[in-house]
Each structure stands twice: as structure tokens, then as C-alpha cells.
Write a protein that binds this ligand. Sequence first.
Ligand SMILES: Nc1nc2c(ncn2[C@@H]2O[C@H](COP(=O)(O)OP(=O)(O)OP(=O)(O)O)[C@@H](O)[C@H]2O)c(=O)[nH]1
Ligand SMILES: [Mg+2]
Length: 287
Amino acid sequence: MSLHSPDRLDLSNSTARVEGTNGDYHLRCDGDRTRRPTVTVIVPAMNEAKNLPHVAARMPAGIDEIVFVDGHSVDKTVEVAKSLWPYATFVTQTRTGKGNALVCGFSAATSDIIVMIDADGSTDPAEIPLFVDALVAGADFAKGTRFANGGGSSDITFGRKLGNKALNTLVNLKFGSKFSDLCYGYNAFWRRHVPVMSLPAIDEPESQWGDGFEIETLINVRVANAGLQIAEVPSFEKDRIHGESNLNAVRDGFRVLRTIRSEQRVAATTGGAITVADAATATARQI
Ligand SMILES: Nc1nc2c(ncn2[C@@H]2O[C@H](COP(=O)(O)OP(=O)(O)OP(=O)(O)O)[C@@H](O)[C@H]2O)c(=O)[nH]1
Ligand SMILES: [Mg+2]
């Protein structure tokens, strides 16, 4: 079953082929085309009805599952999404915020690989095969970056670029990571790594730390601390097509900063590596 228009880059033409053994994937060099990892794309959306047709038009063929996570939209987001992707899995998030939406999406996903994209037209779904290829080539986590050769942005402002750079430098210094674009939400990873992220529970009625835009930093830092192999994938961010951003650079920048400090405190008390339990404690302590 193909969920999307077939005129895009086709995942089934992706060069890498893999063989599955109990959740582990190994490259096959014999040209066997029968087994490739399955791919779920998570689409968090809040009032993005006008943007969704543009996102759908760029979706590559060969995606196995779309999990569409609605943020209690008050426009026709869900109706439009259902008409574009009738076979998608539709989820209404349990609380508010992009972080909670993503975690709800991860828990509904069933494929080997999870790809996180935005629904505002800024992240290009046609780049998904590049992320998948990075994972199939051996990475655990494929991190989109606007600041590597081949990447870029027509959307980022000077102030945000500066803030991102500062947060990025801080994380790399404190955690020994090599991120070039900490605050970019276009990423992909093997679903089996979700437990090391120790994400906030989705069934709690009260808001949790990680429910907001700080989710991306939480994930990045925890993945790096777990020693997973991170590959950066150049990506071009376009302008949001319609509507207003939900991100407040100052408020959300401080949430990112607070996340970094909290993860750092836990790392200091545990001697470096943060376990899943430590991460969960750090998340709970922020509230
Ligand atoms: N379900 C859900 N989706 C959200 C929520 N907040 C943001 N999103 C979606 O997450 C994606 C990114 O949100 P944006 O508001 O564009 O924020 P951003 O891309 O980080 O910031 P800009 O660069 O200013 O656009 C979009 O698809 C939004 O619709 C939310 O609370 N719930
Ligand atoms: Mg956006």
C-alpha cells in the first residue's frame, strides 16, 4: 500500500538494503531487495490545515506508516489530514505542546524507523530517504542540520541562529557531543532506541517537563549520553508557508537552557552516563 503521491523521491529506491534479526539490522551486500526497514513518519500538527497539502505533496513513496498527531486544532487540520492520508494513524495528543505530541506519536508508531517532521512546510519530507540511508548505513540517530554543507535555512533569524549556536556550544562542551544544530526538529532514529530517551509519560493528566519544544534537546542530550552513534544529515529548512509559529524564542530558549542544566546536574552526580532512571528523575524534577 502506498500512502502518498508516487512522484517524489522513492524510499524503495534507497540504495541501502538491510536484513532484520531480532530488531538488529545489518547491511546486505548481495543486492537483495526484499527486506528494508519500515518507516513511520510522525507529523505533529496544530492548526496547519493550509500547510498540509504542501507537506503531502513532498512525501516520498514507500513510507509504511504516517502517525498524525493533532494538537486540539481548531481549524480543519484533521479533516484535511484525513483526506490527504486516509490510511494514516490519527492520534489526539493527551496534553499540550509539541513534545507531548511527539511522544504520543512515538508510542503509536510501529515501524523500525521513526522520522520526525513538521507540518508547516518548513521541513521537506523529500529529504526523508537521506535520513533513512544514514540509519541504514550504521547510525543510531540521524540528526538533521541546517549548518552543514548541503543544509541551510531561509527561515532562521539572526537572533535565533545566535541563540541556537550558544546552546549548541554549551551542550557540546558539557556532554562531549558534536551537534551543529541542536534546535532543529527534523530527526530520525531506530524505534528500538526510544527507551533511552526516557520520555515523559503520556497518560499523566498534569503537564510534564518535555511537553514543550525542549523535547528536542532532551532527546539529543540523552541519545548522546547513551553513547548512541549520531550522524548529522544536511537539511534545508524553508519558511513556514501559512500561519504563525508556536515557538517563542526567549521562553523556549530558556526551557532548553534549563533542560541542559538539569541533564548536566544528573550527569555530574552519576559520573557521566545518564541511565534511563536518572533521566526520568531529572524530567520529573523540573516540574
Ligand atoms: N500536535 C501539536 N503540534 C504542535 C504543537 N506545537 C507545535 N506543533 C507543530 O510542530 C511543528 C513545529 O512547530 P512550529 O510552531 O512551526 O515551531 P518551529 O518550527 O519550531 O518554529 P519556527 O521555526 O518559528 O516555525 C508544526 O508542525 C506545528 O504544527 C502542539 O502543541 N501540538
Ligand atoms: Mg516551523
